[in-house]
Design a protein around this ligand. Structure first.
Ligand code: ZN
Length: 493
Protein backbone atom coordinates (compact mmCIF):
# COMPACT_ATOMS: atom_id res chain seq x y z
CA UNK A 1 0.00 0.00 0.00
CA UNK A 2 2.71 2.41 1.03
CA UNK A 3 4.76 1.55 -2.02
CA UNK A 4 1.91 2.08 -4.46
CA UNK A 5 1.15 5.40 -2.82
CA UNK A 6 4.76 6.44 -3.24
CA UNK A 7 4.75 5.35 -6.89
CA UNK A 8 1.61 7.35 -7.56
CA UNK A 9 3.22 10.36 -6.02
CA UNK A 10 6.35 9.97 -8.15
CA UNK A 11 4.20 9.75 -11.28
CA UNK A 12 2.41 12.96 -10.43
CA UNK A 13 5.60 14.86 -9.69
CA UNK A 14 6.92 17.26 -12.28
CA UNK A 15 9.92 15.75 -14.04
CA UNK A 16 13.19 17.57 -14.52
CA UNK A 17 16.15 16.31 -16.55
CA UNK A 18 19.58 17.90 -16.31
CA UNK A 19 22.80 16.72 -17.90
CA UNK A 20 26.41 17.83 -18.09
CA UNK A 21 28.64 17.27 -21.09
CA UNK A 22 30.37 13.91 -20.98
CA UNK A 23 34.12 14.31 -20.85
CA UNK A 24 36.93 12.83 -22.91
CA UNK A 25 39.02 10.43 -20.90
CA UNK A 26 42.34 11.37 -22.48
CA UNK A 27 43.41 13.01 -19.21
CA UNK A 28 42.15 13.17 -15.61
CA UNK A 29 39.60 15.86 -14.73
CA UNK A 30 40.75 19.41 -14.05
CA UNK A 31 38.90 22.07 -12.12
CA UNK A 32 37.19 23.34 -15.29
CA UNK A 33 35.34 20.02 -15.42
CA UNK A 34 34.48 20.46 -11.76
CA UNK A 35 32.92 23.86 -12.48
CA UNK A 36 30.39 22.40 -14.92
CA UNK A 37 29.49 19.46 -12.70
CA UNK A 38 28.96 21.75 -9.71
CA UNK A 39 26.76 24.14 -11.72
CA UNK A 40 24.58 21.23 -12.84
CA UNK A 41 24.51 19.87 -9.30
CA UNK A 42 23.16 23.15 -7.92
CA UNK A 43 20.38 23.10 -10.51
CA UNK A 44 19.54 19.46 -9.74
CA UNK A 45 19.46 20.07 -5.99
CA UNK A 46 17.36 23.21 -6.41
CA UNK A 47 14.76 21.38 -8.46
CA UNK A 48 14.64 18.56 -5.93
CA UNK A 49 13.98 21.14 -3.21
CA UNK A 50 11.13 22.46 -5.38
CA UNK A 51 9.63 18.99 -5.12
CA UNK A 52 10.36 17.82 -8.65
CA UNK A 53 11.37 14.35 -9.74
CA UNK A 54 14.91 15.05 -10.95
CA UNK A 55 17.19 12.99 -13.15
CA UNK A 56 20.75 14.32 -13.13
CA UNK A 57 23.08 12.71 -15.65
CA UNK A 58 26.81 12.88 -16.24
CA UNK A 59 29.43 10.55 -17.68
CA UNK A 60 32.42 10.02 -19.92
CA UNK A 61 33.03 10.08 -23.68
CA UNK A 62 35.31 7.12 -24.28
CA UNK A 63 35.30 6.39 -28.02
CA UNK A 64 37.34 9.27 -29.35
CA UNK A 65 40.64 9.06 -31.17
CA UNK A 66 42.27 11.36 -28.63
CA UNK A 67 41.62 8.77 -25.90
CA UNK A 68 43.29 6.12 -28.09
CA UNK A 69 46.30 8.35 -28.66
CA UNK A 70 46.60 9.16 -24.95
CA UNK A 71 46.56 5.43 -24.11
CA UNK A 72 49.13 4.66 -26.81
CA UNK A 73 51.37 7.43 -25.55
CA UNK A 74 51.27 5.93 -22.07
CA UNK A 75 51.75 2.42 -23.45
CA UNK A 76 48.52 1.21 -21.84
CA UNK A 77 45.79 -0.84 -23.60
CA UNK A 78 42.96 1.53 -24.55
CA UNK A 79 40.30 -0.25 -22.49
CA UNK A 80 42.49 -0.20 -19.42
CA UNK A 81 43.24 3.47 -19.95
CA UNK A 82 39.61 4.58 -20.36
CA UNK A 83 38.61 2.51 -17.30
CA UNK A 84 41.28 4.22 -15.24
CA UNK A 85 40.42 7.78 -16.26
CA UNK A 86 36.65 7.23 -16.19
CA UNK A 87 37.06 6.15 -12.57
CA UNK A 88 38.75 9.48 -11.79
CA UNK A 89 35.79 11.34 -13.28
CA UNK A 90 33.37 9.22 -11.27
CA UNK A 91 35.30 10.05 -8.11
CA UNK A 92 34.32 13.71 -8.54
CA UNK A 93 30.96 12.62 -7.13
CA UNK A 94 32.43 12.09 -3.72
CA UNK A 95 34.93 14.92 -3.52
CA UNK A 96 32.58 17.56 -4.93
CA UNK A 97 29.46 16.14 -3.27
CA UNK A 98 27.66 15.74 -6.60
CA UNK A 99 24.15 14.33 -6.51
CA UNK A 100 23.99 12.83 -10.01
CA UNK A 101 21.59 9.93 -10.51
CA UNK A 102 23.46 8.20 -13.30
CA UNK A 103 26.93 8.12 -14.83
CA UNK A 104 27.04 6.89 -18.40
CA UNK A 105 30.16 5.61 -20.11
CA UNK A 106 29.97 5.47 -23.89
CA UNK A 107 31.68 2.07 -23.90
CA UNK A 108 28.71 0.57 -22.04
CA UNK A 109 26.37 -1.85 -23.80
CA UNK A 110 23.28 0.27 -23.17
CA UNK A 111 24.98 3.18 -24.92
CA UNK A 112 26.31 1.19 -27.88
CA UNK A 113 22.88 -0.33 -28.51
CA UNK A 114 21.15 3.03 -28.17
CA UNK A 115 23.62 4.84 -30.42
CA UNK A 116 23.28 2.19 -33.13
CA UNK A 117 19.51 2.36 -32.86
CA UNK A 118 19.61 6.13 -33.34
CA UNK A 119 21.81 5.66 -36.43
CA UNK A 120 19.34 3.19 -37.92
CA UNK A 121 16.40 5.45 -37.15
CA UNK A 122 18.19 8.31 -38.95
CA UNK A 123 19.18 6.08 -41.88
CA UNK A 124 17.06 8.00 -44.40
CA UNK A 125 19.34 11.01 -43.82
CA UNK A 126 22.60 9.07 -44.08
CA UNK A 127 24.62 8.47 -47.27
CA UNK A 128 28.17 7.51 -48.21
CA UNK A 129 30.67 9.61 -50.13
CA UNK A 130 34.38 10.18 -50.74
CA UNK A 131 35.63 13.07 -48.70
CA UNK A 132 38.68 15.18 -48.04
CA UNK A 133 38.75 17.43 -44.99
CA UNK A 134 40.77 18.99 -42.19
CA UNK A 135 40.29 17.17 -38.89
CA UNK A 136 41.31 18.41 -35.42
CA UNK A 137 41.72 15.41 -33.14
CA UNK A 138 41.57 17.70 -30.09
CA UNK A 139 38.06 18.79 -31.10
CA UNK A 140 37.26 15.49 -32.82
CA UNK A 141 35.78 17.58 -35.60
CA UNK A 142 36.31 18.69 -39.18
CA UNK A 143 36.96 22.34 -39.91
CA UNK A 144 36.37 24.42 -43.00
CA UNK A 145 39.49 26.26 -44.13
CA UNK A 146 37.70 29.55 -43.44
CA UNK A 147 37.14 28.61 -39.80
CA UNK A 148 40.84 28.15 -39.04
CA UNK A 149 42.94 30.95 -37.60
CA UNK A 150 46.27 31.14 -39.44
CA UNK A 151 45.67 27.56 -40.50
CA UNK A 152 45.24 26.42 -36.89
CA UNK A 153 42.27 25.09 -34.93
CA UNK A 154 40.67 28.06 -33.12
CA UNK A 155 40.15 25.91 -30.01
CA UNK A 156 43.51 24.13 -29.80
CA UNK A 157 45.86 26.30 -31.85
CA UNK A 158 47.10 23.14 -33.54
CA UNK A 159 47.28 22.22 -37.22
CA UNK A 160 44.40 19.96 -38.24
CA UNK A 161 45.17 16.73 -40.10
CA UNK A 162 44.19 16.18 -43.71
CA UNK A 163 41.83 13.23 -43.95
CA UNK A 164 40.80 11.59 -47.20
CA UNK A 165 38.32 8.75 -46.89
CA UNK A 166 35.04 7.30 -47.98
CA UNK A 167 32.70 7.96 -45.06
CA UNK A 168 29.06 8.20 -44.09
CA UNK A 169 27.42 11.62 -44.10
CA UNK A 170 24.38 13.02 -42.37
CA UNK A 171 22.09 15.41 -44.26
CA UNK A 172 22.45 18.34 -41.91
CA UNK A 173 21.69 20.80 -44.72
CA UNK A 174 18.18 19.41 -44.92
CA UNK A 175 17.41 20.67 -41.41
CA UNK A 176 18.90 24.16 -41.70
CA UNK A 177 15.64 26.10 -41.83
CA UNK A 178 13.99 24.01 -39.14
CA UNK A 179 16.92 24.36 -36.72
CA UNK A 180 17.15 28.08 -37.34
CA UNK A 181 13.51 28.52 -36.42
CA UNK A 182 13.88 26.36 -33.30
CA UNK A 183 16.80 28.46 -32.08
CA UNK A 184 15.39 31.85 -33.06
CA UNK A 185 12.04 31.21 -31.41
CA UNK A 186 13.65 29.73 -28.29
CA UNK A 187 11.87 26.45 -28.78
CA UNK A 188 15.23 25.15 -27.69
CA UNK A 189 16.48 28.09 -25.66
CA UNK A 190 20.18 28.86 -25.63
CA UNK A 191 21.46 30.77 -22.60
CA UNK A 192 23.19 33.22 -22.70
CA UNK A 193 21.99 35.32 -25.62
CA UNK A 194 25.56 35.82 -26.94
CA UNK A 195 25.90 32.06 -27.53
CA UNK A 196 22.50 31.97 -29.18
CA UNK A 197 23.64 34.69 -31.59
CA UNK A 198 26.82 32.76 -32.37
CA UNK A 199 24.77 29.71 -33.26
CA UNK A 200 22.41 31.73 -35.45
CA UNK A 201 25.32 33.20 -37.38
CA UNK A 202 26.83 29.73 -37.74
CA UNK A 203 23.54 28.51 -39.22
CA UNK A 204 23.36 31.58 -41.44
CA UNK A 205 26.77 30.73 -42.86
CA UNK A 206 25.09 27.65 -44.35
CA UNK A 207 24.88 24.19 -42.85
CA UNK A 208 26.78 21.53 -44.78
CA UNK A 209 26.23 17.81 -44.44
CA UNK A 210 28.53 16.35 -41.82
CA UNK A 211 30.83 13.37 -41.91
CA UNK A 212 29.66 10.95 -39.21
CA UNK A 213 31.97 7.97 -39.52
CA UNK A 214 35.62 7.05 -39.93
CA UNK A 215 37.52 4.07 -41.21
CA UNK A 216 38.53 1.42 -38.73
CA UNK A 217 42.08 2.27 -39.65
CA UNK A 218 41.75 5.92 -38.66
CA UNK A 219 39.86 4.93 -35.50
CA UNK A 220 42.58 2.39 -34.60
CA UNK A 221 39.75 -0.12 -34.36
CA UNK A 222 38.32 1.73 -31.36
CA UNK A 223 34.71 2.93 -31.17
CA UNK A 224 31.20 1.87 -32.06
CA UNK A 225 30.63 -0.02 -35.32
CA UNK A 226 28.48 1.61 -37.95
CA UNK A 227 25.36 -0.60 -38.13
CA UNK A 228 25.67 -2.86 -41.14
CA UNK A 229 29.24 -1.78 -41.98
CA UNK A 230 31.90 -3.08 -39.60
CA UNK A 231 34.64 -1.46 -41.72
CA UNK A 232 33.61 1.91 -40.27
CA UNK A 233 33.26 3.32 -36.76
CA UNK A 234 30.73 5.98 -35.83
CA UNK A 235 32.11 9.51 -35.44
CA UNK A 236 32.45 9.87 -31.66
CA UNK A 237 30.36 13.05 -31.49
CA UNK A 238 27.40 11.53 -33.27
CA UNK A 239 27.22 8.70 -30.75
CA UNK A 240 28.36 10.71 -27.73
CA UNK A 241 25.46 13.14 -28.10
CA UNK A 242 23.12 10.18 -27.94
CA UNK A 243 24.24 9.55 -24.34
CA UNK A 244 21.49 11.87 -23.10
CA UNK A 245 18.91 9.37 -24.27
CA UNK A 246 20.83 6.10 -24.18
CA UNK A 247 21.34 6.59 -20.43
CA UNK A 248 17.58 6.86 -20.05
CA UNK A 249 17.07 3.56 -21.86
CA UNK A 250 16.42 4.67 -25.44
CA UNK A 251 17.65 1.32 -26.82
CA UNK A 252 14.82 -0.55 -25.13
CA UNK A 253 12.36 2.35 -25.24
CA UNK A 254 12.16 2.15 -21.46
CA UNK A 255 9.64 3.88 -19.23
CA UNK A 256 12.38 6.18 -17.93
CA UNK A 257 13.16 7.34 -21.46
CA UNK A 258 9.51 8.05 -22.10
CA UNK A 259 9.03 9.87 -18.80
CA UNK A 260 12.19 11.94 -18.63
CA UNK A 261 12.78 12.60 -22.33
CA UNK A 262 9.80 12.12 -24.60
CA UNK A 263 6.99 13.30 -22.34
CA UNK A 264 8.99 15.71 -20.24
CA UNK A 265 9.31 19.32 -21.35
CA UNK A 266 11.86 20.28 -18.71
CA UNK A 267 15.14 19.11 -20.13
CA UNK A 268 18.34 21.03 -19.66
CA UNK A 269 21.84 20.48 -21.06
CA UNK A 270 24.72 22.19 -19.24
CA UNK A 271 27.73 22.49 -21.56
CA UNK A 272 30.90 24.51 -22.22
CA UNK A 273 31.13 27.17 -24.90
CA UNK A 274 33.49 25.10 -27.07
CA UNK A 275 30.86 22.49 -27.83
CA UNK A 276 27.73 24.59 -28.31
CA UNK A 277 27.63 23.89 -32.06
CA UNK A 278 27.44 20.15 -31.46
CA UNK A 279 24.54 20.51 -29.05
CA UNK A 280 22.62 23.41 -30.53
CA UNK A 281 22.87 22.26 -34.15
CA UNK A 282 23.97 18.65 -34.64
CA UNK A 283 22.11 17.19 -31.68
CA UNK A 284 18.91 19.04 -32.57
CA UNK A 285 19.23 17.79 -36.16
CA UNK A 286 19.62 14.18 -35.03
CA UNK A 287 16.58 14.46 -32.80
CA UNK A 288 14.57 15.99 -35.64
CA UNK A 289 15.65 13.23 -37.99
CA UNK A 290 14.70 10.58 -35.43
CA UNK A 291 11.46 12.43 -34.60
CA UNK A 292 12.32 12.61 -30.92
CA UNK A 293 11.61 15.34 -28.37
CA UNK A 294 13.99 18.33 -28.22
CA UNK A 295 15.76 19.73 -25.15
CA UNK A 296 14.10 22.80 -23.67
CA UNK A 297 17.21 24.67 -22.61
CA UNK A 298 20.92 24.61 -23.36
CA UNK A 299 22.94 26.52 -20.81
CA UNK A 300 26.44 27.38 -22.00
CA UNK A 301 29.16 28.24 -19.48
CA UNK A 302 32.55 29.83 -20.11
CA UNK A 303 35.98 28.41 -19.35
CA UNK A 304 37.95 28.40 -16.17
CA UNK A 305 41.40 29.84 -16.67
CA UNK A 306 44.32 29.56 -14.29
CA UNK A 307 46.42 32.62 -13.62
CA UNK A 308 44.90 34.31 -16.65
CA UNK A 309 45.71 31.48 -19.07
CA UNK A 310 43.99 28.43 -20.43
CA UNK A 311 44.82 25.41 -18.27
CA UNK A 312 47.33 23.22 -20.01
CA UNK A 313 49.82 20.57 -19.13
CA UNK A 314 52.61 22.34 -20.95
CA UNK A 315 52.04 25.58 -19.03
CA UNK A 316 51.94 23.60 -15.80
CA UNK A 317 48.94 25.58 -14.55
CA UNK A 318 46.34 22.80 -14.42
CA UNK A 319 44.35 23.04 -11.20
CA UNK A 320 43.66 19.56 -9.83
CA UNK A 321 40.24 19.40 -8.15
CA UNK A 322 41.40 16.53 -5.94
CA UNK A 323 44.26 18.62 -4.55
CA UNK A 324 42.04 21.65 -4.14
CA UNK A 325 39.42 19.75 -2.15
CA UNK A 326 42.09 18.00 -0.09
CA UNK A 327 43.50 21.36 0.91
CA UNK A 328 40.38 23.47 1.43
CA UNK A 329 37.40 21.11 1.64
CA UNK A 330 34.46 20.49 -0.70
CA UNK A 331 32.22 23.44 0.08
CA UNK A 332 34.92 26.13 -0.23
CA UNK A 333 35.72 24.78 -3.72
CA UNK A 334 32.03 24.76 -4.66
CA UNK A 335 31.68 28.27 -3.23
CA UNK A 336 34.63 29.74 -5.12
CA UNK A 337 33.60 28.30 -8.48
CA UNK A 338 30.01 29.43 -8.13
CA UNK A 339 30.66 32.84 -6.57
CA UNK A 340 33.85 34.12 -8.15
CA UNK A 341 33.46 32.66 -11.63
CA UNK A 342 30.84 34.23 -13.87
CA UNK A 343 28.37 31.53 -14.91
CA UNK A 344 28.56 32.38 -18.61
CA UNK A 345 31.91 34.13 -19.14
CA UNK A 346 35.45 32.93 -18.65
CA UNK A 347 36.65 33.18 -15.06
CA UNK A 348 40.05 32.94 -13.50
CA UNK A 349 41.44 30.88 -10.65
CA UNK A 350 44.44 31.94 -8.62
CA UNK A 351 45.39 30.71 -5.17
CA UNK A 352 45.29 34.31 -3.89
CA UNK A 353 41.76 34.90 -5.15
CA UNK A 354 40.63 31.59 -3.71
CA UNK A 355 42.05 32.24 -0.28
CA UNK A 356 40.74 35.78 -0.24
CA UNK A 357 37.20 34.55 -0.94
CA UNK A 358 37.61 31.83 1.64
CA UNK A 359 38.75 34.11 4.43
CA UNK A 360 36.50 37.06 3.67
CA UNK A 361 33.24 35.34 2.76
CA UNK A 362 33.36 31.96 4.46
CA UNK A 363 35.54 32.31 7.55
CA UNK A 364 34.76 35.96 8.41
CA UNK A 365 31.37 36.42 6.78
CA UNK A 366 29.28 33.32 7.24
CA UNK A 367 31.34 31.43 9.83
CA UNK A 368 31.80 34.42 12.07
CA UNK A 369 28.13 35.38 12.04
CA UNK A 370 27.05 31.89 13.02
CA UNK A 371 29.60 31.66 15.83
CA UNK A 372 28.67 35.10 17.16
CA UNK A 373 24.95 34.43 17.20
CA UNK A 374 25.36 31.01 18.79
CA UNK A 375 27.59 32.41 21.52
CA UNK A 376 24.93 34.98 22.36
CA UNK A 377 22.17 32.38 22.18
CA UNK A 378 24.04 30.11 24.56
CA UNK A 379 24.36 32.88 27.12
CA UNK A 380 20.64 33.51 27.12
CA UNK A 381 19.14 32.41 30.39
CA UNK A 382 16.18 31.00 28.62
CA UNK A 383 15.06 27.67 27.35
CA UNK A 384 15.10 26.87 23.66
CA UNK A 385 11.39 26.21 23.85
CA UNK A 386 10.78 29.93 24.35
CA UNK A 387 12.40 30.72 21.01
CA UNK A 388 9.99 31.41 18.20
CA UNK A 389 10.26 30.25 14.62
CA UNK A 390 8.68 33.32 13.03
CA UNK A 391 9.62 36.93 13.42
CA UNK A 392 7.47 39.98 14.11
CA UNK A 393 10.25 42.28 12.99
CA UNK A 394 9.00 44.02 9.84
CA UNK A 395 12.48 44.92 8.60
CA UNK A 396 13.76 41.40 8.91
CA UNK A 397 10.62 39.98 7.31
CA UNK A 398 11.06 42.33 4.39
CA UNK A 399 14.74 41.48 4.09
CA UNK A 400 14.07 37.73 4.05
CA UNK A 401 11.36 38.10 1.42
CA UNK A 402 13.47 40.35 -0.77
CA UNK A 403 16.50 38.09 -0.65
CA UNK A 404 14.51 34.94 -1.39
CA UNK A 405 12.94 36.63 -4.38
CA UNK A 406 16.30 37.73 -5.82
CA UNK A 407 17.78 34.34 -5.04
CA UNK A 408 15.08 32.41 -6.89
CA UNK A 409 15.16 34.74 -9.87
CA UNK A 410 18.93 34.42 -10.14
CA UNK A 411 18.88 30.65 -9.80
CA UNK A 412 16.23 30.24 -12.44
CA UNK A 413 18.39 32.16 -14.89
CA UNK A 414 21.52 30.25 -13.85
CA UNK A 415 23.14 33.31 -12.25
CA UNK A 416 24.73 31.32 -9.47
CA UNK A 417 27.02 34.17 -8.44
CA UNK A 418 24.08 36.54 -8.02
CA UNK A 419 22.08 34.02 -6.00
CA UNK A 420 25.04 33.67 -3.65
CA UNK A 421 25.41 37.45 -3.51
CA UNK A 422 21.80 37.61 -2.28
CA UNK A 423 22.67 35.25 0.58
CA UNK A 424 25.72 37.29 1.51
CA UNK A 425 23.62 40.46 1.49
CA UNK A 426 21.51 38.82 4.13
CA UNK A 427 24.62 37.93 6.11
CA UNK A 428 25.71 41.55 6.03
CA UNK A 429 22.18 42.64 7.02
CA UNK A 430 22.53 40.45 10.12
CA UNK A 431 25.98 41.85 10.95
CA UNK A 432 24.59 45.39 10.76
CA UNK A 433 21.57 44.40 12.83
CA UNK A 434 23.84 43.14 15.59
CA UNK A 435 25.94 46.32 15.53
CA UNK A 436 22.86 48.51 15.63
CA UNK A 437 20.90 46.64 18.28
CA UNK A 438 23.83 45.63 20.51
CA UNK A 439 21.78 42.88 22.18
CA UNK A 440 24.32 42.37 24.98
CA UNK A 441 23.41 45.82 26.32
CA UNK A 442 19.67 45.27 26.30
CA UNK A 443 18.42 42.77 28.79
CA UNK A 444 14.78 43.41 27.93
CA UNK A 445 15.05 42.99 24.16
CA UNK A 446 17.92 40.53 24.13
CA UNK A 447 15.80 37.44 23.62
CA UNK A 448 13.88 38.99 20.76
CA UNK A 449 16.96 40.19 18.90
CA UNK A 450 18.81 36.90 19.20
CA UNK A 451 15.69 35.05 18.20
CA UNK A 452 15.48 37.14 15.04
CA UNK A 453 19.09 36.36 14.24
CA UNK A 454 18.52 32.65 14.67
CA UNK A 455 15.59 32.87 12.28
CA UNK A 456 17.67 34.76 9.74
CA UNK A 457 20.43 32.16 10.00
CA UNK A 458 18.05 29.31 9.37
CA UNK A 459 16.85 31.10 6.22
CA UNK A 460 20.48 31.53 5.16
CA UNK A 461 21.07 27.81 5.71
CA UNK A 462 18.05 26.94 3.57
CA UNK A 463 19.24 29.19 0.77
CA UNK A 464 22.68 27.62 0.93
CA UNK A 465 21.38 24.09 0.53
CA UNK A 466 21.81 23.64 -3.25
CA UNK A 467 25.16 25.44 -3.21
CA UNK A 468 26.90 24.23 -0.06
CA UNK A 469 24.82 21.24 1.06
CA UNK A 470 27.14 20.14 3.84
CA UNK A 471 27.51 23.62 5.29
CA UNK A 472 23.76 24.13 5.16
CA UNK A 473 23.26 20.95 7.16
CA UNK A 474 25.94 21.93 9.68
CA UNK A 475 24.35 25.33 10.26
CA UNK A 476 20.91 23.84 10.83
CA UNK A 477 22.38 21.29 13.25
CA UNK A 478 24.26 23.96 15.21
CA UNK A 479 21.17 26.15 15.37
CA UNK A 480 19.37 23.25 16.97
CA UNK A 481 22.00 22.34 19.54
CA UNK A 482 23.35 25.90 20.02
CA UNK A 483 26.80 24.34 20.06
CA UNK A 484 29.16 26.39 17.97
CA UNK A 485 31.88 24.69 15.96
CA UNK A 486 33.89 26.67 13.40
CA UNK A 487 32.53 26.14 9.89
CA UNK A 488 35.59 27.41 8.07
CA UNK A 489 38.81 27.73 10.05
CA UNK A 490 40.70 30.83 8.88
CA UNK A 491 43.56 30.21 6.50
CA UNK A 492 46.93 31.54 7.58
CA UNK A 493 48.60 33.94 5.18
ZN1 ZN B 1 40.68 21.63 -32.01
Amino acid sequence: MEITKKCDKMNLMKKFFVSTAIDYVNAPPHTGHALEKIQADVIARYHRILGEDVFFLTGTDENSIKNVRAAEKEGVPVKKWVDRIAKKFYQLKKILNLSFDDFIRTTEKRHIEGAQKLWRVCQKDIYKKKYKGLYCVGCEAFYKESELINGLCPEHQTKPELVEEENYFFKLSKYEKQIKKIIETDKAKIIPETRKNEIISFINSGLQDICISRSNERAHGWGIDVPGDPSQKMWCWIEALANYITALGYAKNSKKFQEFWQKNKNKLHVIGKGISRFHCVYWIALLLSAKLALPKTIFVHGYLTSGGQKMSKSLGNVVDPFELVEKYGTDPVRYFLLREISPTEDGDYTREKFEERYNADLASGLGNLLARVLTMAKQLKTQNSKLKTTTQNANLKKEIEKRWEGYKKSLESFKFNEALAAIWQMISFCDKYIERERPWEKSDKQLLIINNLLIALSEIAKMLEPFLPETSEKILAQLKTKKSKPLFPRLGT
